[in-house]
Design a protein around this ligand. Structure first.
Ligand code: BGC
Length: 759
């Protein structure tokens, strides 16, 4: 009997050995990704599944250690790779190898109007992320520029859905070709920082689809972003991070998104909604666990133990959990377990060159008039050879700007200040540079433990500083005022909106005083937002120079001295006063909201869509999604229109010719320098059956031309250029009838108009 038992055991063992072991398909990098996902999912325990859908530290979520599946490391985003923080704190981890190249802010990228620059940006920052072992880059941001007070506009791509949609796609492709995911943010309607954690955005479906969603849609469908970040705010009364309509109906249902939805840090507040409404990965929640100091506060996350308990008690099933895990696994297979990814690089010469090139191409020359009335009078810029004493005035000429502003703050390997860039270049030209402070603004230089090391204290009074600047200006051949906003709270920073449209720290008075002291004055503004310009008529030259990262000073000097011919164009409209912006026409209800309710009363008429109503006699009244909208035409024209940007050369444009659906226009460099021009196509419905903007940007091309060179730009007309969103039918409708096709170099510089009829 004993022998028989042993024999049976032996036979069973033999049989087991003979059975094929299930292949570890999830490790087979040649297998289709969906098969790998299903295989990995089938091997995971319930606890492992719960673990992978929420954070384990400030910026990471766990993988499945038992199965050799790595976790996910995220990083801000979107202008460089953030320094390492401690496991569970925002403070610095104290690494010495985590500096990066700071690339220009996304407003600057948008201002290049050049998709090649987007691709270069994405490729470069993606390489930095990869080298730093990050799988998810928290960016780019594509929230629409609704109000110039929004403190985070510098992280976004301007006011126009077509421009931002077009510019975001190559950025994503560039990043993801490295096997690093982008996380497009903040989905959606995160258009102000004021009250961002509670505000409920009320917007018509039409404005949602036509203005606020197109860049996200392009990011998902054309860019194929592997992840997306939910916003902090509420929409239709429900938080964006677990908003059923936004994440389930639109993102996955209508757009077919197969990536991971990641919460903004602390954007989750409800387990049931987080389970059901399409969120996959929870980060940054501030739970009881953190204040109570439990052993692992991450267990207290909404998608951690609270979710597990609901499953164990039978209150909810595991279908949603499996879907979330699938989305997270797909993200892992696309990134850390992606067989095609390389190794990346950090602070390479190529990245430095890219940062300088993008910055140089995004800087916008807003104004450049000749000085004096003589026929031979020359514009202030580029700085002429005979200008041997250059005075630089202003705090932004010296202030390190890569530190501050919120989560996009960086520990840059270096930052060339405007003054340093100008000094280096002036030395080559044999010119002498003198610097005076002019005003004292923000002397802080610290963010989460990263410090600039600058001591910007100066106890002199504004009068003393102005007097010094004016006296020095009288002595100089040319004066460069370098000011604007900075990354301090309430200037251009996350978490706070600006409190005023005017430039802070008495800069307006100082600029006027400088203009009186020396007519050879160029004003250079570093900011991510528009601002009032009461001094505009007194100032012959004005440059919009953004926040340009590590290569700020070099790129600025390139443009000021004419080594780079400026070709940036505004991604937003600059109106004279705050009340000239449509969101500021309707009192607190429209901005910043009353009782945390914000009504987007201007509806479609954001930016140039509003400015274009200038001169119309009647109020525009119409119905949309059951609401009545009433748009009062603006009282003033823009100071600088959307799409505006000057060059040191001149261009001429032929009249456009239409052949079927092909529109052709010839553009010629009529000056003496090589330069680039942005040819913009706007489509203007003539007698629309519903209220529509006067015109909308539908295509653009940046053209590079040698002196005397001419090129043809060809636009193929497509149905989507003539569509509007019918909210009641919930579909895009092609508006038949008469149109004007307007080709120009800015929203207010249309040079050719062609009639077109859509039958
Ligand atoms: C910001 C995000 C950022 C995240 C992580 C949040 O406060 O809104 O844009 O990516 O923090 O730092």
């Amino acid at each position: 009997m004993k022998h028989l038992n042993q024999l049976i055991l032996f036979a069973v063992a033999l049989l087991l050995c003979a059975l094929p072991v299930r292949a570890q398909l999830y490790l087979d990098t040649k297998a289709p990704i969906e098969q790998r996902v299903e295989d990995a999912l089938s091997r995971m325990t319930l606890a492992e599944k719960i673990a992978v859908i929420h954070a384990q530290s400030k910026f990471s979520s766990p993988g499945v250690a038992r199965l050799g599946i790595p976790g996910i490391w995220c990083t801000d985003g979107p202008h460089g790779i953030r320094a390492e923080v401690k496991w569970d704190e925002w403070d610095q981890a104290g690494w010495t190898n985590d500096s990066c190249i700071a690339f220009p802010a996304l407003t600057c990228l948008a201002a290049t109007w050049n998709t090649d620059m987007s691709l270069l940006y994405g490729k470069s920052i993606g390489e930095e992320a990869l080298y730093r072992n990050k799988q998810v880059l928290l960016g780019p941001g594509v929230n629409i520029y609704r109000s110039p007070l929004n403190g985070r506009n510098f992280e976004y791509m301007g006011e126009d859905p077509y421009l931002s949609a077009t510019m975001v796609v190559p950025y994503i492709q560039g990043v993801q070709q490295n096997g690093v995911a982008t996380c497009v943010k903040h989905f959606a309607l995160n258009n102000q920082e004021d009250g961002r954690h509670v505000v409920n955005a009320n917007v018509s479906d039409r404005a949602l689809y036509e203005i606020y969603l197109p860049a996200f849609k392009a990011a998902v469908q054309e860019g194929q972003s592997w992840s997306i970040m939910g916003a902090y705010n509420r929409i239709w009364g429900q938080y964006a991070c677990h908003n059923h309509r936004l994440l389930v109906d639109i993102l996955r249902g209508e757009w077919g998104f197969d990536g991971a939805v990641i919460s903004d840090w602390g954007g989750v507040s409800n387990t049931d909604e987080a389970i059901r409404n399409g969120l996959d990965l929870e980060f940054g929640s501030w739970t009881d666990g953190l204040t109570e100091g439990r052993s692992n506060s991450y267990d207290m996350y909404y998608l951690a133990l609270p979710y597990l308990k609901k499953i164990q008690s039978g209150e909810v099933g595991t279908k949603e959990l499996d879907d979330k895990v699938r989305n997270v696994l797909r993200l892992i297979f696309r990134t850390s377990m992606n067989p095609n990814k390389g190794f990346g690089s950090l602070c390479s010469d190529a990245h430095i060159a890219a940062a300088r090139q993008i910055a140089g191409e995004g800087i916008v020359l807003l104004k450049n008039d000749p000085v004096g009335k003589k026929k031979t009078a020359q514009p202030v810029l580029p700085i002429a050879q005979d200008k041997k004493t250059i005075l630089v005035v202003g705090e932004n000429a010296i202030k390190q700007m890569t530190v501050g502003g919120g989560s996009s703050s960086l520990k840059a390997k270096y930052e060339i200040s405007p003054l340093q860039g100008i000094r280096e270049r002036a030395a080559q030209a044999g010119a002498e540079v003198r610097y005076v402070r002019g005003y004292v603004g923000d002397i802080g230089g610290e963010y989460n433990g990263v410090t600039t090391g600058q001591d910007l204290r100066d106890n002199r009074t504004p009068d003393e500083l102005t007097a010094e600047a004016v006296a020095a200006a009288r002595e100089a051949d040319i004066v460069l005022f370098i000011g604007g906003l900075n990354k301090a709270d309430h200037q251009d920073a996350e978490g706070y909106d600006r409190l005023q449209y005017a430039l802070p720290y008495g800069q307006d008075e100082l600029i006027s005083a400088l203009a009186k002291a020396n007519s050879n004055l160029a004003v250079v503004i570093l900011s991510g937002n528009a601002y009032a310009m009461p001094w505009l008529k007194q100032v012959p030259a004005l440059v919009q120079a953004w926040f340009n990262g590590s290569e700020t000073g070099h790129a600025l000097a390139d443009v000021l001295f004419g080594d780079v011919n400026p070709s940036g164009h505004l991604p937003f409209t600059i109106m004279p006063e705050l009340e000239d912006y449509p969101a500021h026409q309707y009192g607190a209800q429209a901005y910043p909201g009353v009782n945390n309710e914000v009504e987007y009363k201007e509806d479609l008429f954001v930016g140039y869509r509003y400015a274009d109503l200038y001169g119309q006699k009647k109020v525009l009244n119409y119905e949309s999604s059951g609401k009545t909208y009433s748009i009062n035409p603006p009282k003033r024209k823009p100071l600088f229109a959307f799409g505006h940007g000057l060059s040191y050369t001149t261009f001429s444009m032929s009249k456009a010719t239409l052949d079927g659906n092909t529109l052709r226009v010839r553009i010629r460099n009529t000056g003496t320098r090589a330069g680039k021009q942005v040819v913009q196509l706007y489509v203007a419905p003539q007698k629309p059956v519903v209220a529509r903007p006067v015109k909308e940007l539908k295509a653009f091309r940046k053209v590079s031309l040698q002196p005397g060179e001419e090129q043809e730009v060809v636009f193929e007309l497509g149905e989507q250029m003539f569509q509007y969103f019918d909210a009641d039918a919930h579909q895009w409708v092609t508006g038949k009838g008469a149109y004007k096709l307007m080709v120009g170099t800015a929203a207010d510089a249309i040079q050719s108009v062609t009639s077109y009829s859509l039958l």
